[in-house]
Write a protein of this length. Structure first.
Length: 133
């Protein structure tokens, strides 16, 4: 496959900026930073966000799953994730949830403790998947 294919699944809201949910180049799928806001429409400042980490983390991974499936792939095709957490206190809970969505641990991961675009945002995840044979 040559060229670039853009993915903006109808199951998700419009991005909050001028970018795509994912871009495929060859066998590589690059998934934009995804959060519990990704499926909610409207301006980023007014989108409803669950107050607890567990709900936000699960919605984040569900939204990533929607992007991956829209590209004709599965979560097991993910080989790299980058996680942005607001609070390191949530790391152990994140590990449990991440294992539910990526049980084989056949990926590499990097994590950061950082501020996010909204004060009530607790997690954002960026991913890459390999869609070759």
């Amino acid at each position: 496959m040559s060229g670039k294919t853009v993915y903006n699944p109808k199951t998700l809201a419009e991005p909050v900026g001028p970018f795509a949910r994912a871009v495929r180049i060859g066998d590589m799928l690059y998934i934009s930073g995804t959060s519990a806001l990704t499926h909610v429409g409207g301006p980023i400042w007014t989108r409803s966000l669950p107050p607890d980490f567990d709900s936000q983390a699960r919605l984040t991974f569900e939204n990533i799953k929607k992007v991956v499936e829209d590209a004709g792939a599965k979560m097991a095709d993910i080989f790299k994730i980058t996680i942005f957490l607001r609070d390191r206190e949530n790391f152990d809970q994140l590990s449990k949830i991440r294992k539910e969505y990526l049980p084989e641990a056949a990926y590499v991961s990097t994590g950061f403790i950082t501020n996010l675009i909204r004060d009530d945002m607790l997690i954002e995840v960026e991913a890459q998947a390999y869609l070759g044979s």
